[in-house]
Design a protein around this ligand. Structure first.
Ligand code: ZN
Length: 441
């Protein structure tokens, strides 16, 4: 079906402009004043923003193997409702995505089940280099290397293996950057403790030094070899400082979690904010804001990582790390940014233009003629309410969100994926319309 979206505030790559947008055969056909006789269903934006759909380059949709926590279908729906139209999924599933057969299985499963466009990271182990050598950079967004253990069993601590991977991988390595030995050391010190005794327990278990040492090492390896790398979820001021001197082929991400909360919020949330790397101090948070505003940290990824409510209420040592964050992403970012005087264009840069540039995503991104029509109609005057824990109104399968109780400004009115109106005023329409993302070499 073709669409004409009338009277919108168009967020074009050249800047904001009042006008109409025309979707034809799944792609953008024109912007500006679209004549009445143009073919397509008409929808009045009534002055709301029309922006490109967000690209989340860091999600854990939990399919395959953890369907009690999420599937491509449930989690991509939650993402869509928050304005995300493309998601890159991580490999720490069961079984992990460490063979080409497993990777192909995920691609097959996501087709016709994913509401958002999709791509799948490959997982590195200390023994699957031969598989990695056969990966296609046209289809795989990256090889994820866990330098420290987190959810799942993927872990590469041998520096020789990392060096070998850097040399041999045909696609860019993306890193979970924490030094495992420093975490092990901290855990020895604090083992047996719970939140009652130590309010910032998780930050002590996974201390800032683990991140800093690891990122320092990665930067020195990248410099020595001139090989591009991407570092995920940066959390400390010291890393931001190190990254200011980064070579241009190194990129880095932070997540809205670390911009919203700090270790000072643990007494209120405890395990519900337990994620890896851990939340750090308020001063670290301030440095992260500075880092994304100045561009040292180029990308925002959510690290949406659902775990069950029943798992999160267990004692510290038994509760898994990871937080569900999809469902209301754009209103959340908008609200977070407004408090700092940031406009919508800031988030579009971090979650659309930067991913397109860094991953060389084909035919997606900005509102441009010829691109696939992935778009969000966003009403800044609206409000979004996140339901209470275990409410059936949640989109994410685990049915809880740390955003409950926060007043969120703005509302996602409609979302198109490949030109298909998939979400409109709180309801999902048609069939999942996500497609596999293609990358340029
Ligand atoms: Zn993650």
């Amino acid at each position: 079906m073709n669409w004409i979206i009338r009277d919108a505030r168009l967020c074009l790559p050249s800047g904001e402009k009042e006008g109409d947008a025309w979707i034809k055969d799944g792609r953008w056909a024109a912007f500006g004043r679209i004549p009445e006789r143009a073919a397509g269903a008409s929808l009045s934006a009534q002055g709301a923003y029309l922006l490109p759909g967000l690209i989340d380059t860091h999600v854990h949709f939990r399919d395959l193997g953890f369907s009690q926590k999420g599937t491509f279908y449930t989690e991509s729906r939650a993402a869509l409702a928050g304005g995300v139209t493309t998601a890159f999924d991580m490999p720490n599933t069961m079984p992990p995505t460490t063979t080409i057969t497993q990777w192909e299985e995920k691609m097959k499963r996501a087709a016709f089940r994913s509401w958002t466009n999709y791509a799948f990271y490959f997982g590195a182990t200390e023994a699957n280099i031969e598989e990695i050598k056969r990966l296609s950079p046209l289809q795989v967004p990256g090889v994820k290397v866990f330098l420290a253990s987190s959810t799942g069993e993927l872990l590469v601590t041998d520096e020789k293996v990392v060096r070998h991977l850097l040399q041999e991988s045909p696609v860019r390595l993306v890193f979970h950057s924490e030094k495992e030995s420093l975490i092990q050391q901290a855990q020895k010190t604090w083992t047996g403790a719970d939140w009652e005794q130590i309010p910032d327990l998780h930050t002590r278990m996974r201390p800032p030094e683990a991140c800093i040492e690891s990122t320092r090492w990665l930067l020195s390896e990248a410099r020595r070899t001139s090989i591009p790398i991407h570092i995920l979820h940066i959390t400390t001021a010291e890393e931001v400082k190190l990254l200011r001197e980064r070579p241009p082929y190194v990129s880095a991400e932070t997540c809205p979690t670390y911009l919203q909360w700090s270790a000072e919020d643990f007494p209120q949330y405890r395990n519900f904010l337990k994620c890896n790397p851990s939340l750090k101090s308020a001063a670290d948070q301030e440095a992260l804001w500075q880092g994304i505003i100045e561009g040292t940290l180029e990308v925002i990824g959510t690290d949406h990582a659902p775990h069950l409510w029943t798992e999160k209420v267990r004692p510290y040592a038994e509760a898994p790390s990871g937080i569900p964050l999809h469902g209301a992403l754009l209103p959340w970012l908008w609200t977070l940014g407004r408090a700092r005087g940031l406009s919508l264009s800031f988030w579009i840069e971090k979650m659309v233009y930067a991913p397109v540039r860094l991953w060389k995503i084909q035919e997606r991104g900005g509102l441009q003629e010829g691109n696939w029509a992935d778009a969000v109609l966003f009403q800044p005057m609206g409000q979004t309410c996140v339901p209470p824990p275990r409410s059936p109104l949640h989109y994410s399968r685990v049915a809880w969100s740390p955003l409950f109780g926060m007043p969120l400004e703005g509302r996602v009115e409609a979302v198109w994926v490949n030109g298909v109106l998939s979400f409109y005023q709180g309801r999902f329409y048609a069939q999942p319309a996500g497609r596999a993302v293609a990358f340029e070499q």
